[in-house]
Design a protein around this ligand. Structure first.
Ligand code: DX5
Ligand code: ZN
Length: 217
């Protein structure tokens, strides 16, 4: 299985975002994870389209956009046009899941569905053939730096098993509380795209942190 680290820039030095992006590129980070929060779907507000457009101009890295917003269907095309390569939206949002998947794909980005800790694996089995990635939240969405919820691991395992049974090539991303202790646990359960915010940006040696999270060190 190929493993990827997606850096959550929520934990970056946002006043020096250009330099932070260079640091990610130089240290072997695979993707840039861009958390969009609207203050309604989650209790926090981050950044949106104008910032993403500038990030797009600054890098060729894969932009992995995680929409924690109430109506992702309304903004899917705009985020694709702003430069998102992958767009994750929540199955718990107000938008129709299939319509949103369609809108993301026809705007030229890869669709992914995200689920909160209380949402079951079974609830997304039907849509696995339609998405490029499934995002399992391993904390309650809203803030970086939270502790990993161990009871989400079984869900990763069930989803990876179902993907294999269906013969699909779907990535499984985990997001929240990923560090040197929890990364091996989620990899073993079947996750292959690991989001890391606080662990990665706090590391003294970022390239070593990337290798450790991927299990190469
Ligand atoms: C939380 C966000 C995460 C968060 C991860 O709602 O979706 O991407 O920034 O940060 P850490 O790795 O610090 O848990
Ligand atoms: Zn995220």
């Amino acid at each position: 299985m190929r493993y990827y680290v997606s850096a959550s820039v929520l934990s970056a030095d946002l006043l020096s975002i250009g330099g932070e992006i260079k640091r990610l590129e130089e240290n072997g980070v695979d993707m840039l994870h861009f958390d969009v929060m609207d203050g309604v779907f989650v209790n926090n507000i981050t950044y949106g389209l104008p910032v993403l457009e500038q990030v797009r101009r600054a890098t060729d890295m894969t932009l992995d956009v995680h929409l924690m917003i109430t109506d992702p269907l309304r903004y899917a095309e705009a985020f694709a046009k702003a430069g998102a390569d992958i767009i994750s939206f929540h199955s718990e949002s107000a938008s129709d899941v299939r319509e949103t998947i369609k809108a993301i794909r026809s705007a030229g980005a890869k669709p992914a569905v995200a689920i909160k800790p209380a949402t079951s694996a079974e609830s997304v089995y039907d849509i696995l053939p339609e998405v490029d990635m499934l995002l399992v939240m391993t904390v309650e969405p809203g803030f970086g730096g939270q502790s990993f919820m161990y009871d989400t691991v079984e869900k990763v395992r069930l989803i990876r098993r179902r993907i294999a049974e269906l013969g699909l090539e779907c990535d499984v991303e985990v997001d929240g509380g990923i560090n040197y202790e929890t990364a091996p646990i989620v990899r073993e359960a079947g996750a292959n795209v690991l989001v890391s915010g606080s662990c990665l940006f706090r590391a003294e040696d970022m390239s070593e942190a990337v290798r450790k999270i991927k299990g190469d060190a």
